[in-house]
Write a new protein. Structure first.
Length: 401
């Protein structure tokens, strides 16, 4: 049997798990005809090993901007994104931002997160029927990261509109012509908006991360203009979108598995952390990342030639039956849960502490305040295998008795 993963196949987009199971079983390292030839690695141990090695690069040596993005607004963003760069550029950009996202710095935001979650749940419980993405999964992380960056409240709804198409920048070969055009439009929107914000902060600096980054541009060439736009965009979209995916997945899972909500309600404080890890494993808000190697690499008995792109299927790895008991099951009390949702190595998610805090507070309060969650309609997802979060999540929630 020849298993072929196709990132544009509507059936695989809707339900990727059968093809992932088949890949892990039949052909754990497979070459697919995407982007002139791409390798797909699907088993947990192989993905983890490739994530952790410092020999793995985001870009092959001498590589330029992908042809799909050349000559448009997305090219300007692509070259400055921290996550798409290797040392020394990646090291320099990460040092400029990581202090604001350490565990200690994030803990100082607990009161803000508590308030954001409380306000969102107040609104949801008053309405009873609502869209859990718009009212909670999107609202909480966006409010927190925009507060950190000083983005005005009136401008925040634009971010949800532009972000899905911006995220096409990470795997352009997996998009058709319409998807690439949408990516360019989204990037131009962000460039225009953030450029105006840079000029505003230069005139009227604030006590926020964005203003601090503008000062580094003014003090020298540590951040060029496009790098500054790309860095703020990384913090902004990374700070809410993947957390939105995790919270949405948790709400969906609890609605589909009411016995798991009861586990959470029985011990909200104690169960919230393991619940967040389960949502991250089960859903994997970033479904795939990638690497390149300067030398031939043997993976599961297959030699991958130097320079070839390798897709590391995080969602598949996090459902690997060799690593997880009942991998497709949903268990908020799962203890042996060394998932790979945050990636690994030098590119381990810089915002992991913030995502955990927001998730743990959100589901602790759901455990305390919510008695039931019921899906009331279809829950469509983004047509993007890398970022497949819910677009809407219509639910009816009832208060705890």
């Amino acid at each position: 049997m020849t298993v072929l993963f196709d990132p544009l196949d509507p059936e695989q987009l809707a339900d990727p798990f059968p093809i992932y199971r088949a890949l892990r079983s039949e052909e754990p390292v497979q070459r697919i005809p995407v982007g002139g030839g791409t390798w797909v690695v699907s088993r947990y141990d192989d993905v983890r090993s490739l994530l952790r090695t410092t020999a793995g690069l985001m870009q092959p040596p001498g590589a330029g901007v992908p042809a799909e993005l050349a000559g448009g607004p997305a090219e300007r963003i692509y070259t400055g994104l921290m996550v798409l760069n290797d040392p020394p550029v990646h090291t320099r950009l990460r040092k400029l931002t990581e202090k604001a996202l350490t565990r200690g710095a994030v803990e100082q935001l607990r009161a803000d997160v508590d308030a954001a979650v409380a306000d969102a749940l107040d609104t949801m419980l008053e309405r009873e029927e609502c869209d859990a993405v718009a009212e909670l999964a999107f609202t909480v992380p966006l409010r927190v990261i925009c507060g950190m960056l000083g983005v005005p409240e009136a401008d925040r709804s634009q971010m949800l509109e532009w972000t899905p198409d911006f995220f096409r920048i990470f795997l352009p070969a997996a998009n058709d012509a319409d998807g690439i055009a949408a990516c360019h439009r989204a990037c131009q929107n962000f460039i225009d908006y953030l450029s105006d914000q840079i000029e505003f902060r230069r005139r009227t600096p604030g006590d926020d991360i964005f203003s601090a980054l503008v000062r580094t541009e003014d003090e020298g060439d540590r951040l060029g203009r496009d790098e500054l736009v790309a860095t703020v965009l990384s913090l902004l979209t990374g700070g809410f979108d993947t957390t939105m995916g995790m919270i949405g997945a948790g709400i969906y899972g609890l609605a589909r598995h009411p016995e798991q909500l009861e586990h959470l309600r029985a011990d909200p404080e104690g169960t919230a952390r393991s619940a967040v890890d389960e949502f991250l494993r089960w859903e994997s808000p970033v479904g795939v990342t990638y690497r390149h190697f300067t030398e031939d690499r043997e993976v599961a008995g297959t030699v991958i030639p130097a320079g070839d792109p390798i897709w590391l299927m995080l969602l598949s790895a996090n459902h690997d039956e060799r690593q997880f008991e009942d991998p497709d099951g949903f268990d908020v009390t799962r203890q042996r849960n060394q998932h790979l949702a945050f990636g690994g190595g030098r590119h381990f998610c810089i915002g992991n502490a913030l995502a955990r805090l927001e998730g743990e507070v959100t589901f602790r309060e759901i455990g305390r305040r919510v008695g039931g969650i019921e899906l009331t309609g279809d829950a469509p997802r983004r047509p993007n295998f890398q970022f497949r979060s819910f677009l809407t999540l219509p639910v009816r929630i009832s208060p705890a008795g």
